[in-house]
Design a protein around this ligand. Sequence first.
Ligand SMILES: *[C@@H]1O[C@H](CO)[C@@H](O)[C@H](O)[C@H]1NC(C)=O
Ligand SMILES: *[C@@H]1O[C@H](CO)[C@@H](O)[C@H](O)[C@H]1NC(C)=O
Ligand SMILES: *[C@@H]1O[C@H](CO)[C@@H](O)[C@H](O)[C@H]1NC(C)=O
Length: 487
Amino acid sequence: MMLIGCLLVLLTMNQVMPQAKRGNKVGLRTSHQGRETLQPGVEVQSIVPGVSSMNISLLEQSLIPTRSPLLGPSTEQKTSDDMRLHLLKNTLVTCNDGTTAGYYIREAKGSKRWIIFLEGGWCCYSKETCDVRYKNAKRLMSSSDWPKSRRGTGILSSRQDENPHWWNLNAVFVPYCSSDVWSGNVSKSRNDYAFMGSVIIQQVIRELVPKGIKQAKTVILAGSSAGGTGVLINLDRVASLVEELTADTVQVRGLVDSGWFLETKHGKSDCMDGAACALTDAIKKGLKLWNGTLPEKCSQQFKKEDEWQCFYGPKSYTSMKTPIFVVQWLYDVEQLRIENIQPDFQFMTANQWNNIQSIGRELKKSLREVPAVFAPACFSHTLIISSNWLNFQVKGLTLSRALQCWTKSLQERKGPKTNIRGCHFHLIDNCQWPHCNPTCPALHDPVTGQEVTLLQMFYRMSIENRRRGQEPKGDMNQLMAMLRNGG
Ligand SMILES: *[C@@H]1O[C@H](CO)[C@@H](O)[C@H](O)[C@H]1NC(C)=O
Ligand SMILES: *[C@@H]1O[C@H](CO)[C@@H](O)[C@H](O)[C@H]1NC(C)=O
Ligand SMILES: *[C@@H]1O[C@H](CO)[C@@H](O)[C@H](O)[C@H]1NC(C)=O
């Protein structure tokens, strides 16, 4: 009954809801049925032909990207490509298939600031899963087809309007071709794959010495998705290396985008089939295959067989000494998938809705003690290298602004808790409902691809729930108030 009352109010509010009439299409479109945009402008198709979902997890399917044939080669971008590929001089440091790893760079000669970005794209953790990945997403395992150049976007952009705070720094993009969440340290033997993620990062930094990283004042190690988790795993070791190579005044920081995962609460405990336990299961198997190197301080806290926990942000964070900034959507769709929830916006059940809310609450709780956070209450995944990253705000601030505030506070060495007036960087949405932030990216119907509003979602949910005699829990008055205030 309450829900129907709620719907009436929602209907009358249709006119004033920013959600309902947003016109700006979001490149970072929330993924459904495995469609996902890992890079702006590159639509990612993940249907793996000939492979049933019994032997490849949904999570994995969703993160096996290949270029959409519709887009073709990126010829029209040629003129604005500003980062150039350098394969590593040390050819022993390789991608999975033994081809030499590398990096893209745009140098800013006058700048002593550097950002090194680690690409994401899930992982593989057995001969079988790696073979499938090699067939469907070769560029994530081999440098053989990498383009000579690429355009820096979002936080890597050289355009002041796209990247107001950091447009003029030395920008490095490290493609992910080790499939090991950037943790591995094992060379290729005759029949097997190499997994050298942690070695690639170290080697890239060493080879940046002739490019001037010795003179750096600040070095930011950033990454999205698996790259974000890679930052958590590698940051302290990278900080030691950078300090060894440069003047001792250098400041190293981490920027973790959509790589702060929570352990599964709602997934099944039997990990044999599909997405339920995919992450923990994959990580456990993978660690052995990759000979994964974890942060020493973190792994010391666990028994050898429990070291995998260091892949989870809340577990590794407490033992890290280098400052990090965490960017995480409160309703990260990959986190939901790990929890066995396909965020299907067409028919969401009350049960799903309640689980989603509880995941959001857990995530908030896990970030409470982290000083530097940007966590919008939206369904989405990855942010920092999206061209439209400035569209999203928490408490009226963009991530770019929050990063500027964070940098300022670290430079002034007043400790991370200090907020300069109006310049905040602990930004977690307060509203209780998924997708309640008015700047959230548009949701799309998984079948038709059409935009779905929160209103429509509630409407469909109520029909579905009345059929099943369920009602979602939660305080409707709070929802009302939130919608009236525009989030
Ligand atoms: C996955 O399943 C399909 C059909 O069930 C089968 O043809 C394929 O060989 C399997 N792949 C692997 C890697 O087990
Ligand atoms: C795995 O790493 C350890 C420590 O770095 C090393 O001693 C060992 O030889 C490695 N194993 C393989 C198979 O490379
Ligand atoms: C990789 O392993 C070797 C020894 O097996 C070790 O010397 C080296 O420090 C490791 N590198 C990384 C980045 O973990």
